[in-house]
Design a protein around this ligand. Structure first.
Ligand code: FES
Length: 140
């Protein structure tokens, strides 16, 4: 190997070694928040008489439809939030016994309106409007 080639390869390898820790540190850490946009069709409808949604038949029940968590908080009260945790994208669930939303991955909690109660998540869950007309819920 010629001296000039050795110097070029050494300089190239050295720059990788020097920048690798910066790149790796930017990709690690528990504080990273990734908030993908939930996938929701326009005017999603849920037919409560369908067996697919039988879990919504009782207060405290919940289902997922696409990226949306739909849950029942009262006799005729239904809410919808993004199911994607704003910390690192795990799927959240409705915790009826505590009246809030729990992420099983790192225990972030959110109100039923989507606001953060405790982290590590720092951003709210996206909330959707739910209209009930007979057995049909329309989520937008
Ligand atoms: S992904 Fe970490 S708390 Fe939800």
């Amino acid at each position: 190997m010629k001296r000039a080639d050795f110097i070029k390869k050494f300089a190239y390898g050295g720059s990788i070694l020097l920048t690798a820790p910066l790149i790796l540190s930017a990709c690690s850490g528990d504080d990273d928040e990734f908030v993908p946009e939930p996938n929701i069709p326009n005017n999603l409808t849920i037919d409560l008489s369908s067996s697919t949604y039988e879990d919504l038949g009782s207060i405290g029940g919940y289902v997922y439809e696409g990226d949306i968590l739909i849950f029942r908080t009262g006799d005729s009260a239904y809410l919808a939030l993004s199911k994607i945790c704003t910390h690192q994208s795990c799927t959240v669930a409705y915790d009826h016994s505590n009246g809030n939303i729990l992420c099983p991955c790192h225990s972030s909690r959110f109100t039923t309106a989507g606001a953060v109660i405790n982290g590590p998540a720092t951003s709210s869950l996206k909330k959707y409007s739910v209209q009930k007309n007979g057995d049909i819920l329309t989520i937008s």
